[in-house]
Design a protein around this ligand. Structure first.
Ligand SMILES: NC(=O)c1ccc[n+]([C@@H]2O[C@H](COP(=O)([O-])OP(=O)(O)OC[C@H]3O[C@@H](n4cnc5c(N)ncnc54)[C@H](OP(=O)(O)O)[C@@H]3O)[C@@H](O)[C@H]2O)c1
Length: 296
């Protein structure tokens, strides 16, 4: 495979870090996104040493801030003239009570749904310049466990629960990635594919910083022996990001069993459209007014 420029969000821990390690070993240029400067620098040092690849860079952003996502995308564009692979991996789980970001958005949806939406949007042009751009977004088997979506209450003001927020955020991001493919087609943006992956259940720090409800803490404790390693968990992400057979594929959901099926119970084009329009509206102040041309 030709060496690629690959940006991985949330690459300071768990699956993102393991994905970065494997892709760096293959000789690609890796950009580690982190939110904490010291931690991110230390991961960059560790991976350079482990992989003997000096082409490991870093970018910082708090993905709970749309303004910071925009700043990071601008920084990327100043440094790199194209992006081959964007891996929207960063994700989180919060507590039993609804919390909002400083910009006023529900936290779980912000990191798991709105952040990948905005970052992907801001990097479309860079991805289009790759010639073979790929976007891989990490969803979760929990996308099927959030119950019915409330498209008139997307940020769960009246319907919040820990599991609903996480499950729905991971379902929505699948719908958004589907819509990106249509959006690109309609806007003459060629050669970018959009797919999702999920790791199964892997031993990472996921949710450890959030204030999980006690029932969930007990469940996670009991679940531990059934969890797989980060090495195994990262495989579907790495496959979606690099496999030759994924070259022209869109709309796939890659998991530990290979090509897996998304729960379509609540899907409709109309629901997808409502969600897309909502994300466009809240992210609009941070978006670029770029006119794409057929050859970009
Ligand atoms: N582990 C599983 O079993 C499992 C199952 C299904 C899906 N997933 C998904 O896999 C992805 C990776 O999670 P993981 O399991 O590897 O968990 P993890 O070890 O906690 O890694 C999550 C990464 O996201 C970053 N992050 C979290 N909140 C952030 C924020 N507000 N701004 C910027 N970065 C932020 C973390 O940064 P810090 O290092 O600074 O904390 C870390 O690098 C997530 O999307 C998760 O939902 C995981």
């Amino acid at each position: 495979m030709k060496k690629k420029v690959i940006l991985i969000t949330g690459a300071t821990s768990g699956l993102g870090k393991e994905t970065a390690r494997v892709l760096a070993k293959q000789g690609n240029t890796i950009i580690i996104h982190g939110r904490n400067k010291d931690k991110t620098q230390s991961v960059v040092r560790e991976l350079k040493k482990d992989t003997s690849n000096s082409q490991i860079d870093m970018l910082l952003a708090d993905l709970e801030s749309f303004a910071d996502i925009k700043r990071m995308a601008d920084e990327f564009k100043k440094k790199y003239n194209h992006l081959d692979v964007l891996i929207n991996n960063a994700g989180n789980q919060y507590g039993g009570t609804r919390e909002v970001t400083l910009e006023g958005h529900e936290r779980t949806l912000t990191i798991n749904t709105f952040a990948p939406f905005l970052l992907t949007h801001l990097l479309l042009y860079s991805l289009s310049k790759s010639g073979e751009g790929r976007v891989v977004t990490v969803s979760s088997a929990s996308h099927a466990q959030g119950g019915a979506p409330y498209l008139n209450d997307i940020e769960l003001k009246d319907h919040y629960s820990y599991m609903k927020a996480y499950g729905i955020s991971k379902l929505y991001v699948i719908w958004l990635m589907r819509h990106f493919e249509k959006y690109c087609r309609e806007n003459g943006i060629k050669n970018i594919t959009f797919n999702c992956a999920h790791p199964g259940s892997a031993k990472t720090n996921l949710g450890n910083t959030g204030n999980r409800p006690i029932s969930m803490k007990i469940l996670f404790f009991l679940w531990q022996p059934l969890m797989t390693s980060v090495e195994k968990g990262a495989k579907p992400i790495i496959f979606a990001a690099t496999a030759d057979e994924m070259k022209e594929k869109n709309n796939q959901y890659i998991g530990p069993k290979g090509y897996e099926k998304v729960n379509e119970k609540y899907y409709s084009e109309k629901n997808e459209e409502i969600l897309w329009n909502y994300c466009m509206k809240i992210c609009e102040p941070y978006m670029e007014q770029r006119k794409y041309t057929n050859n970009c």
